[in-house]
Design a binder for this molecule. Structure first.
Ligand SMILES: [Zn+2]
Length: 276
């Protein structure tokens, strides 16, 4: 499942290809993804200039010149592919196809259909049900140790599953929650309300660091964020603890086997020696 850094990489790749372009053609070959596609989807976007692409949590926002905003989520398996011109044969799950005036064609492919598209406007976006309840952006100016501590105050649940609550901080998913807790030296089982003061400061900084490093790795590993087959994004790699159960802890003075734990149905990876 794409996490925040991968969504950011996809957004940057889309921006490189079609930002500022008139979208001369829009095709929609599906009536429903996770939710129904808006009825007037094609008519509202066709012929409009795509002014800017941005990201909020794991949503990509395409801002058009009439103040329409396309709100897109990649879901579990959604992929964006860019090509020069429309391929002679589309792939099986190519649901939405945007053709830009510069000849670039963007295809949204989603085999499992957990992705979604919605339409909003600059006036309504902040009240949109998918956006309104989101907590602060972890890489934005409104996220800090004190902000995180305030969000965790009074919560008597384990910190790891609590970090996945998008109302507290937006866009932190399962992988980077494990990674950030390892960097901050905080046990995933620690009660959320005990993460305060310096500990919250360390965790907020660790969340920023793991996300920024992953975005930088995605950006540097692929020219223009495009893989050779035209797909945007990158393969997640180089985790310190995620999916590394029984492998040695990467802390040089530790080296003990990493552990796996299931919390609220999600796998957590950690070092019981380095994280308290
Ligand atoms: Zn360790």
């Amino acid at each position: 499942m794409p996490e925040l850094p991968e969504v950011e990489t996809v957004k940057s790749g889309l921006a490189n290809a079609i930002e500022g372009q008139v979208i001369s053609n829009v095709e929609c070959r599906v009536g429903k993804l996770r939710w129904p596609v808006p009825d007037n989807f094609v008519d509202r976007l066709r012929g409009r200039r795509l002014v800017q692409l941005s990201r909020r949590a794991k949503y990509i926002l395409a801002h058009f010149d009439d103040e329409t905003i396309l709100l897109l989520h990649l879901g579990m398996s959604g992929r964006m592919t860019i090509s020069d011109g429309r391929p002679a044969e589309l792939e099986k799950h190519d649901h939405i196809i945007l053709t830009a005036a510069n000849g670039k064609v963007v295809r949204f492919n989603d085999a499992r259909r957990f992705g979604s598209v919605h339409l909003a406007t600059t006036a309504t976006i902040n009240a949109h049900p998918l956006i309104a309840g989101l907590g602060p952006e972890p890489l934005g100016n409104h996220f800090s140790g004190p902000v995180l501590a305030a969000a965790l105050k009074g919560r008597r649940t384990a910190i790891k599953p609590t970090l996945l609550n998008q109302r507290l901080v937006a866009g932190v998913g399962n992988i980077y929650a494990s990674e950030a807790l390892f960097r901050a030296g905080i046990s995933p089982r620690r009660l959320a309300n005990s993460v305060a003061g310096q500990r919250a400061e360390r965790l907020a900084q660790a969340i920023r660091t793991v996300l920024e490093e992953a975005i930088a790795a995605g950006g540097s590993s692929l020219r223009d964020h495009v893989q050779p087959n035209g797909e945007l994004g990158y393969f997640q790699h180089a985790f310190k603890v995620y999916d590394r159960a029984d492998l040695p802890c990467p802390t040089p003075t530790c080296g003990r086997p990493l552990q796996r734990l299931v919390q609220t149905g999600r796998a957590t990876f950690f070092c019981s020696n380095c994280q308290r």
